[in-house]
Design a protein around this ligand. Structure first.
Ligand code: GCB
Length: 598
């Protein structure tokens, strides 16, 4: 699904701002048709933002079930004879949307966009009332999964992952207009002719355009412009390959992008025009090397979270640019979108600035042992009563929607289809094998993997054989060999040697220690800033002894909110930065290490 944009033939109107909002704890709003009138007893709610922390008190923070959002927007006068689309960049986790009194769409999956053609329901120059009911419930049939308990005190949401279940309209909402015949989809695949490390190499841009609407057979023209606006290649027809002599490659640290101007023609007249950014680069796994443009790439950075005070997972440009500036300051060259697809704004920024991304679905929490640590007991995760074939259908949809959304992004070099599932049982293998196949079929051009958990080590894991790279999260010195860095070092050493035997690149996708900013100790006490630094130093020492190591992503970029429980004090404290982005001592340590390397 293409992102809305302004172009010579297109316009968009943001519906960001204060919406009317009402929680619907009893779930009566649908029957009572709350969409059919101005929302009664409503409060103001900012969009985009998570609703949970906007109002003091437990009620909204812990709400389970439906909430209602409503706004009115005036459809621009100039949109007569246009196709008008209503688009939500995300609604967490399920939403049904009405334009005036008419239901126009429903969607499940909290981190990917959805849209509906509302042309027949709106009039240029008139107002349209947009209502969305958003349900934050997680069940065994959702991604991520969860369990709702009906208690005498109300519904309680349990989940098996370690970040707070922020919900609502986290990302922008748009009304946009296209001509009746329009560019519906674009797929680009880039490459180079010959050895990408040769100066002056010729780049290739394979493109496929889908035209939608009144005249789906209309003629297509494409032009590739360099960053100065000069035309470097052009073509006609819905599919083809452009050649770019002396290509300026997209590379880590330098997000050089070409503009692919895709035009739908009626004779000589341009009917629709869409600008697709294109970064020419190659990605390949060869032996234990992860190559970008033929050069071994070592991932330095973090598993992150979309997580901020007050707005929760709500997108905000200032917070986004600040987070990227902190990544730059610390010398990071990459991050993982742990544990769900991030906003398209965030991904655009990574593309534009050459920050490499491991792009992850929201399939997190399929693990009884991890659930136990976080306080939820599950007997058998991969079973008809828990993660079943129905969960897999939702998981497949999550993979499809992620790849569809991010397939053209140069920054994305690797898909992660799940974080820390149980991966040592025949049931987990049976569940995952078709999902690996699906991801490869959807994108034959990028490596695919999953993130392995410490409870499914090399001697028992059944899934790494389906992965192009080995991504592992390890907490020696924290959850295992707690506080004992000598034992932790030996165990880590031993494990890396075992993984190395697979002959694939190894990425440490998580390692770290909870650390209370300002807590200092000279006796090796856990939770202190000194311990976090000693633990990171120990890991780095071990990494340097293993040639297959292809990357280090510290857990986490910043402290973040989690559900309540006895293992978290005011959230997860493994950040190099605090939640309000102040550096802990570890941030300076990482900066020294990573800026020296890069
Ligand atoms: C993990 C998970 C991550 C947690 C982290 C922790 O393995 O992947 O979501 O937050 O450990 O701190 O426990």
């Amino acid at each position: 699904m293409l992102r809305p944009q302004d172009s010579p033939t297109r316009e968009r109107r943001s519906l960001a701002g204060l919406w009317r909002f009402r929680a619907d704890a009893d779930g009566t709003g649908r029957q009572a048709r709350w969409f059919a009138a101005p929302l009664a007893e409503a409060i103001d709610m900012p969009v985009p933002a998570s609703y949970n922390d906007i109002v003091p008190g437990r009620e909204l923070h812990d709400h389970v079930g439906d909430v209602w959002y409503q706004t009115t927007a005036r459809v621009p006068r100039g949109w007569a004879d246009q196709r008008v689309v209503l688009r939500f960049d995300a609604a967490t986790h399920h939403a049904t949307v009405w334009a005036n009194d008419t239901e126009v769409m429903s969607h499940s999956g909290g981190y990917t966009p959805f849209e509906a053609d509302v042309t027949g329901l709106v009039s240029p120059g008139e107002e349209v009332r947009v209502t969305a009911v958003v349900d934050n419930t997680l069940t065994w049939e959702t991604i991520p999964p969860g369990i709702v308990e009906d208690t005498p005190h109300g519904k309680r949401q349990k989940y098996m992952h370690d970040f707070f279940n922020y919900a609502g309209l986290h990302r922008p909402v748009w009304l946009y207009a296209t001509p009746a015949t329009y560019v519906e989809d674009i797929t680009v695949v880039t490459g180079v002719d010959g050895d990408p490390t040769t100066p002056g190499v010729t780049g290739t841009v394979r493109y496929d355009v889908v035209v939608g609407g009144a005249d789906a057979g209309a003629q297509v023209r494409v032009r590739l412009l360099d960053a100065d606006g000069g035309e470097v290649a052009s073509g006609t027809g819905a599919s083809g390959e452009l050649r770019v002599p002396d290509a300026h490659l997209w590379q880590p640290g330098e997000g050089y992008q070409y503009d692919l101007v895709v035009e739908v023609l009626d004779g000589d007249a341009v009917v629709d025009s869409y600008l697709q950014k294109v970064g020419v680069r190659t990605v390949e796994v060869r032996g234990t090397d992860f190559l970008i443009n033929g050069v071994p790439f070592y991932f330095r950075g973090f598993g992150m979270h979309e997580d901020h005070n007050t707005r929760g997972k709500g997108h905000d440009d200032a917070e986004m640019v600040h987070d990227f500036e902190l990544l730059r300051w610390i010398g990071a060259n990459s991050f993982r979108t742990s544990h769900y697809p991030y906003s398209e704004e965030f991904m655009d920024y990574a593309d534009a600035h050459g920050v490499v991304v491991i792009d992850e679905t929201a399939a997190v929490g399929m693990n009884a042992a991890v659930a136990q640590v976080l306080g939820t007991r599950i007997d058998k995760v991969f079973s008809p009563e828990a993660v079943s074939h129905k969960t897999r259908e939702a998981h497949a949809a999550a993979i499809r929607e992620l790849i569809q959304r991010d397939k053209n992004r140069p920054a994305v070099v690797l898909w992660s289809i799940s974080n820390e599932p149980e991966s040592h049982t025949p049931e987990s293998e049976e569940y995952f094998q078709p999902l690996f196949e699906l991801a490869r079929e959807l994108d034959p051009h990028r490596p695919v993997g999953f993130v392995n958990v410490m409870y499914s080590k090399a001697d028992v894991d059944l899934l790494v054989k389906y992965s192009d790279v080995i991504m592992i999260n390890r907490y020696y010195g924290w959850y295992a060999s707690s506080g004992d860095l000598a034992a932790a070092e030996a165990a880590l050493e031993d494990e890396l040697a075992q993984w190395e035997a697979h002959g694939k690149p190894i990425l440490m996708t998580e390692y770290g220690a909870d650390t209370v900013a300002g807590l200092h100790d000279l006796t090796g006490a856990m939770w202190s800033e000194e311990y976090q630094g000693e633990l990171l130093d120990m890991y780095h020492r071990v990494f340097e002894r293993h040639a297959a190591m292809s990357g280090e992503h510290v857990w986490n970029f910043a402290d973040f909110a989690t559900s309540r429980g006895i293992v978290r004090v005011d959230g997860n404290k493994k950040g190099a930065f605090t939640r309000d982005r102040r550096p802990k001592a570890a941030a300076h340590l990482l900066r020294r290490r990573w800026t020296a390397a890069g």
